[in-house]
Design a protein around this ligand. Structure first.
Ligand SMILES: Nc1ncnc2c1ncn2[C@@H]1O[C@H](COP(=O)(O)OP(=O)(O)O)[C@@H](O)[C@H]1O
Ligand SMILES: [Mg+2]
Length: 243
């Protein structure tokens, strides 16, 4: 088997596994509700519907991530660059994730003087969602996740940091985690669901938009730093040529 076939086979087996788990639970809970409707109390019905909703959301996220893997191999078409204020978008992402990770604390500290950036807004939200969700997934409930961006004057790039105090990442794994399907084996990674695609997609999207991402994990604190181009009238030309 050559490399392409091997990658393709890995891809199909990961995807089938990732799709099967939520689909099986959606089917199971809807069948239970249909066959035992009269015997179930309201609370159980609500609980089952909640699971169906959560699992559908998981499927949607997975499909979105998989679609962006295929799109990444295509051209830059499809990215819509706009001057973007990061604070409201980060607030939106955090308020969605707060529903899912109710026991984590989220601290957002974005300097009012952080410049606007030039990005595709949907992709920026996808990047922030992947990073903040990882921070929550790989840290204990009740711990704090910080999202910060400092003041910068006339800078070319805006730096956004996402930090957690979770399981950490060994220096020898810093590069590996950004590759396709890679997950670092440990008891917590085994417990939480994932496809190992999030950081691969995140890095690709950031680089496509002219930015960089790096990771640092020391003294129990893991920080992902994203740098994206600050908006200025000159790089605004990209808006026209890339649309
Ligand atoms: N904040 C973090 N702290 C510790 N490990 C992390 C963190 N973010 C990512 N990782 C590690 O990197 C791997 C790849 O991350 P990702 O590509 O988002 O895939 P997934 O979350 O689906 O497993 C994770 O499986 C985990 O082992
Ligand atoms: Mg992830």
């Amino acid at each position: 088997m050559n490399n392409i076939e091997k990658n393709y086979e890995d891809f199909i087996s990961t995807v089938s596994h990732e799709l099967r788990t939520p689909l099986t639970s959606i089917r199971g809970f809807s069948q239970t509700m249909l066959t035992s409707w009269d015997k179930l109390d309201d609370e159980s019905k609500k609980k089952f519907l909640k699971i169906i909703e959560e699992q559908s959301n998981r499927l949607i996220k997975l499909v979105e991530n998989m679609l962006s893997v295929t799109k990444l191999n295509c051209t830059e078409k499809g990215l819509i660059y706009k001057e973007t204020d990061i604070a409201p978008l980060i607030n939106t992402v955090v308020s969605i994730l707060k529903n899912q990770y109710k026991n984590h604390k989220f601290e957002i500290d974005i300097n009012a003087k952080t410049p606007t950036i030039l990005v595709d807004r949907d992709k920026f939200q996808q990047i922030m969602t992947n990073l903040i969700e990882n921070a929550a997934k790989y840290s204990d409930e009740n711990s704090t996740i910080k999202i910060t961006s400092g003041y910068c004057d006339n800078c070319e790039f805006v730096s956004i940091k996402v930090s957690d105090r979770g399981i950490g990442i060994k220096e020898e794994d810093y590069e590996k985690i950004f590759t396709k399907f890679s997950r670092i084996d440990n008891p917590l990674t085994r417990k939480v669901q994932g496809s190992g695609l999030g950081l691969y997609i995140t890095k690709n999207l950031i680089e496509k938009m002219g930015g960089t991402i790096s990771v640092n994990s020391h003294n129990k604190e893991t920080t992902f730093e994203v740098k994206l181009p600050a908006y200025n009238p000159e790089n605004q030309a990209r808006v026209k040529c890339r649309q």
